[in-house]
Design a protein around this ligand. Structure first.
Ligand code: SIN
Length: 287
């Protein structure tokens, strides 16, 4: 089927680690089926896509995201957009005064994680729109977990192949210095366990599936489990597996949480404004 959008799409790899920049698409307008299929295939191939210079409303953000699957309404209701609950707002801008709060909005995002790994059906994709971005700092780092898995010694692959880990949002948030979840939030998001190696349902590639939401490794004594977790985390976050996204206003970045981890980085939350909004597409139960 002919597609005027498809003819305009340009894809340029962003780094040898992962990622591609996609130009020629206005995410404010619906994609026809041929253009959508091309975007999805490109997404699977590169794990992360950056669409520069996008001016999208919350409705348009939600509409584009829904093409990939059902959207999450996050259990942490304090971050929900007031009119669009599928949108999670991370901002250091005080709504009442319009000035900065001086505080990073969610320190839980400053550690390596994979979105919604604390749920039975974690995230397929996260789609993050940079609305106001600092001149310095506030980058987002991404680790290629398929490359990290491939580079593990065979003995390590054999050791982790049968292991499952318990992911617990309340645990990771309190460790990051955020207030504990409310009883209702804890009830809505109880801890879950997932395999430490997962197979991507779209590409068949294996990835290391770890995240700072991990509280313990099933069947291992706490100290041994923690040591293994730290070892795998240090391995997976070496520079050779990491891509850095330095934000420009209007960037929309979408990443595949099934084969990547990410973390936000610090910025001057008193002197610089940063507002980003994200949607999260719910994926499959990891296998
Ligand atoms: C996130 O962890 O989803 C947010 C990343 C960021 O703020 O850069």
């Amino acid at each position: 089927m002919a597609s005027a959008i498809l003819d305009r799409i340009e894809v340029t790899p962003l780094s040898p680690v992962m990622g591609a920049e996609v130009r020629g698409i206005d995410l404010a307008r619906p994609l026809d089926d041929a253009a959508f299929k091309h975007v999805r295939d490109t997404f699977y191939r590169h794990m992360l896509l950056r669409f520069p210079d996008q001016r999208i409303s919350p409705e348009q953000h939600v509409a584009f995201s829904r093409r990939f699957g059902p959207l999450q309404v996050h259990v942490l209701d304090q971050f929900r957009h007031p009119e669009h609950p599928e949108i999670y707002v991370l901002s250091n801008v005080d709504k009442a005064t319009g000035g900065t709060t001086g505080r990073h909005p969610d320190r839980g995002t400053l550690v390596w994680h994979s979105d919604l790994s604390f749920q039975r059906r974690p995230a397929l994709a996260t789609i993050l729109h940079g609305i106001e971005v600092p001149a310095q700092g506030g980058d987002t780092l991404f680790a290629n977990m398929a490359a990290a898995y491939d580079a593990l010694p065979d003995a390590a692959k054999r050791r982790i192949a049968p292991l499952r880990a318990v992911h617990d949002l309340d645990y990771s948030r309190t460790r990051a210095g955020e207030p504990p979840m409310t009883a209702a939030q804890r009830q809505e998001a109880p801890p879950v366990d997932h395999p430490m190696v997962r197979t991507h349902p779209g590409t068949g590639a294996k990835s290391l599936y770890i995240s700072h939401h991990i509280r313990e490794i099933v069947g291992l004594p706490q100290a041994e489990g923690r040591a293994l977790f730290e070892e795998l985390m240090a391995h997976a976050t070496q520079d050779r597996f990491v891509f850095r996204q330095s934000w420009t206003e209007g960037d929309v970045v979408m990443w595949d949480n099934r084969c990547t981890m990410h973390k936000a980085t610090e910025y001057d939350a008193a002197g610089q404004r940063r507002t980003v909004q994200r949607t999260v597409v719910i994926g499959d139960v990891p296998v």
